[in-house]
Design a protein around this ligand. Structure first.
Ligand code: FE2
Length: 326
């Protein structure tokens, strides 16, 4: 029962195909982020241009034809409006053209679901860290099964904070991975540290780090920024682990690709005898397979999403999603 998933919430157009939880294809094309960040209209135009060829490659890799697809899912949000609309319109067109069910999927839920699937984590505490989001989540039953947000950022996501710092520091590629490279061999300088219970804030930390570039070595600032931000995430996550009593901790989303963050979280988990899981980088970066996986779960659960409800929602919060397949 192959199910197609289309992800287009930001810089990546991803098309994945999943069959019975098995990932048959996971194709993607990325908009190159320059110093201006993501220009939504340009990214959307590129996604539109790449759509047909990316779909063709996904089908070829899966060894199936378009008529073999049993259902289609797409990212409803959160994300950039023009980019989300490309995936939504493509999914609606496929659903109508081939008479197959369509499912709208929350981007954060999809990140969590694919990581839980790959790490065989049934009921984990989740640290979801991406460009626009940083949240600590776990499933609760009331009133219906959904992810409860135990902690989150008061201002910007940790990924955007690292990207913005990279841009202000003049990096050619303004990504968190470049900050990690610049941090090699750095020494720690004290920086603002803001954790309130299980919530955290990154904007002040970033402003401070940019100012520090005037009178400190780049490697020291990059190292200290990364260590401080990740320590804040670890402290809040540890508090949530103790509160919820969960036996598994997973990290997902774009920033979960950070080897240093993985290392720090695995130490937190080990100190509480909790299992730690993270998916391969391919699935922490935005991808279509995670959308296909959730769409397949919805299909198998008997859920039905009406075509007229298949819109986009730029601010679609993870805690608004009823987990119909759980
Ligand atoms: Fe993402």
């Amino acid at each position: 029962m192959p199910v197609l998933g289309i992800e287009s919430s930001a810089h990546t157009l991803g098309i994945g195909i999943v069959d019975n939880g098995l990932i048959l294809a996971n194709e993607k094309r990325m908009y190159k982020i320059g110093n201006a960040g993501i220009l939504p209209m340009r990214a959307a135009a590129l996604h539109t241009k790449n759509l047909h060829a990316t779909l063709g490659r996904a089908l070829k890799n899966a060894g199936i034809g378009i008529r073999d697809i049993e259902a289609v899912g797409y990212t409803k949000g959160p994300g950039l409006g023009p980019c989300l609309e490309v995936g939504m319109l493509a999914a609606r067109s496929l659903a109508q053209r081939y008479g197959i069910p369509i499912f709208h999927v929350n981007h954060a839920v999809a990140h969590i679901e694919i990581t839980s699937h790959m790490c065989k984590a049934r009921d984990p505490l989740v640290l979801y860290v991406s460009g626009g989001n940083s949240q600590i989540l776990a499933i609760v039953d009331e009133p219906r099964k959904h992810y409860h947000v135990y902690g989150e950022t008061f201002d910007i996501g940790v990924g955007n904070m690292l990207d913005n710092f990279a841009r202000d520091a003049g990096f050619k590629r303004a990504w968190g991975s470049e900050v990690a490279s610049a941090a090699q061999g750095g020494n720690y300088i004290s920086m603002p540290y803001t954790v309130k219970g299980m919530d955290f804030a990154f904007a002040g930390l970033m402003t401070n780090a940019v100012k520090m570039l005037n009178n400190h070595a780049l490697k020291d600032v990059a190292y200290s920024l990364q260590e401080t931000a990740f320590s804040m995430l670890c402290e809040a996550t540890e508090r949530a682990l103790l509160l919820t009593g969960k036996h598994t901790l997973i990290v997902c989303g774009g920033v979960a690709q950070s080897a240093r963050l993985q290392e720090m979280l695995s130490m937190v988990a080990a100190s509480h005898k909790v299992r730690f899981g993270v998916a391969p980088n391919e699935f922490n970066a935005d991808n279509g397979a995670m959308i296909a996986l959730v769409a397949e779960r919805l299909l198998l659960s008997g859920a039905k999403h009406r075509l007229e409800d298949c819109s986009v929602n730029q601010k679609y919060r993870v805690d608004k999603v009823v987990l119909e397949w759980k």
